[in-house]
Design a protein around this ligand. Structure first.
Ligand code: MV4
Length: 504
């Protein structure tokens, strides 16, 4: 558990930039990696060094373990931060990093593996006294066994993939007659998606909330829970809006959730930042769903209400330093909301959009945080996830936070491609959302109605866009950005800055 001075950030976009910033605040040097599609991305310039790792397809760059390890070796990094997605939850990657003599900034590979197998995770949680959804803790061999388990549990049930997560290979069974064919399709879908076709059975809970608890663990045996996030607003298992705390969680329930979450993390020898996902039934009972053994997209809402920098804590505990979180920080203060600003067209079934961001005016002002991975001039492609930025606001109450989010969403101007912005404005104006009356079916139930509504606040948008286009026209003769940084030697951005006498 050696300390380190230089970190390879094995990711891209907003999370790479987030990690690089944390490194710098922690007094660590950062090395970015980038594919050919990301030469001009903000994360590349933010790092001390940047290493090109290949063609745009992730398999040839951000998922190429050999290239990442070579980039770390060539730049004398002693640690690797995987971010989220890509290689972050692949136990073999964590092992390969360690085998190369580097520190993996994340949990032990054993913890990743234990939680990656959903039935093993259920067995371990059961042993640790964490409530699990009624169902099997071993894979079912065939549809006949699935049928008898369904009879035991009572319909409806869900067939889930043991290697799953994120809803893939999942089938809802409401009638016994549906089971045989659902078993076949779920099995082949799981085999295709994960290389493992095994399925298990769970009792289906109607209209639960998705509540997750942030945990942090250090090498001194300390495991702390930083409360919950409400993540029920999702579309096709992609989260759209998250908040902390949840309106459905009382202090007493928070204590029970936190106890369950720390027991869950402790039972797998966890280290660093992790998230325990729960389903919260309308009856108030909660059940372990799965554990995410990585930093999550929505970590900032927890940071804002707990006053903790989760990424800096990751960097500390990975160096064998104790968590700096004190017991006073274990109470939420105020309320935070995050809207994921994605390059998707809400008026065209959230079709992923491509194109050049011609103009970008991020919101700012009191209580507003803008975590972006792109800037004006960047091209958005289909090679990666459509997340452009996260807009996060804090307020002393949920009502203040909500008003602040509406204000910030109105300030935001994106010209060049459609985004989820106007969907978010509509959710903020929705009485059900305003009451906190949400569950995992929210989007399915109200999405279309929201998008059909006429929305007065959006009238501000055409004017802002016109102003943006005018500003861009006036910049038309401006000098083009410098070329991409070379793998070795000073960054051309730095050279350009020196020429302009504004840096270096
Ligand atoms: C469930 C469930 C109801 N009952 N399990 C969806 C993805 C995967 N992580 C688990 N999921 C669910 N599991 C039982 N036993 C409902 C969902 C679910 C869901 C969960 C969290 C967030 C959004 C969701 C949307 C639809 C279904």
């Amino acid at each position: 558990m050696a300390s380190f001075t230089r970190v390879l950030v094995a990711n891209r976009g907003e999370i790479a930039l987030r990690i690089i910033r944390a490194c710098h605040e922690e007094g660590l040097e950062s090395v970015a990696v980038y594919s050919d599609a990301d030469r001009l991305s903000p994360h590349v310039r933010a790092a001390h060094r940047a290493v090109p790792i290949g063609a745009p397809p992730a398999a040839e760059s951000y998922l190429d373990v050999a290239k990442l390890l070579e980039a770390a070796r060539a730049t004398d990094c002693q640690a690797v931060h995987p971010g989220y997605g890509f290689l972050s939850e692949r136990a073999p990657f964590a092992e390969a990093v360690a085998l190369a003599g580097l520190t993996f900034i994340g949990p032990p590979a054993t913890a990743i593996r234990a939680m990656g197998d959903k039935t093993e995770a259920r067995r371990r949680m059961q042993a640790a006294g964490v409530p699990i959804v009624p169902g099997t803790t071993r894979p079912v061999a065939d549809h006949v066994q699935a049928k008898s388990e369904a009879a035991r549990l009572g319909l409806p049930v869900l067939l889930k993939a043991i290697a799953g997560g994120g809803g893939k290979g999942m089938r809802l069974i409401r009638e016994e007659g549906e089971l045989e064919s659902a078993f076949e399709t779920a099995q082949s879908e799981a085999l295709k998606a994960f290389g493992a076709g095994e399925l298990y059975v769970e009792k289906y809970l109607e209209r639960p909330r998705h509540i997750e608890v942030q945990v942090l663990a250090d090498t001194y045996g300390r495991v702390v829970a930083l409360g919950e996030r409400e993540c029920s607003i999702q579309r096709r298992h992609q989260k759209l809006i998250e908040e902390a705390p949840s309106v459905a969680v009382t202090p007493a329930l928070r204590r029970r959730l936190s106890e369950a979450a720390t027991a869950a993390a402790g039972s797998v020898g966890y280290l660093g930042a992790g998230t325990i996902e729960f389903l919260l039934a309308p009856t108030g009972e909660f059940y372990f769903l799965e554990m995410n053994t990585r930093l999550q997209v929505e970590h900032p809402v927890t940071e804002l209400v707990y006053g903790v920098d989760i990424v800096r804590e990751q960097l500390r505990v990975a160096q064998g330093q104790p968590l700096r979180v004190h017991s006073g920080a274990l109470q939420p203060r105020g309320h935070a909301i995050e809207c994921r600003i994605t390059a998707e067209d809400p008026f065209n079934d959230f079709l992923p959009a491509t194109g050049v961001i011609r103009h970008l005016q991020p919101p700012s002002g009191p209580g507003v945080r803008w975590d972006a991975g792109v800037e004006a001039g960047n091209e958005v492609t289909l090679f990666y996830d459509p997340l452009l930025a996260k807009l996060i606001v804090w307020g002393d109450t949920r009502a203040t936070a909500l008003q602040r989010m509406r204000r910030a969403l109105r300030e935001l101007v994106i010209v060049g491609l459609p985004s989820s912005q106007s969907f978010h404005l509509r959710v903020m104006a929705d009485p059900e959302f305003q009451r906190g009356d949400v569950d995992v079916t929210y989007f399915e139930r109200v999405g279309q109605r929201l998008l059909a509504a006429d929305l007065a606040p959006e009238l501000a948008q055409p004017l802002a866009i016109a102003a943006a286009l005018l500003a861009e026209q006036q910049r038309a003769e401006a000098t083009p950005p410098p070329a991409a940084p070379a793998p070795d030697g000073p960054s051309p951005w730095l050279l350009a800055a020196r020429r302009e006498s504004i840096g270096g």
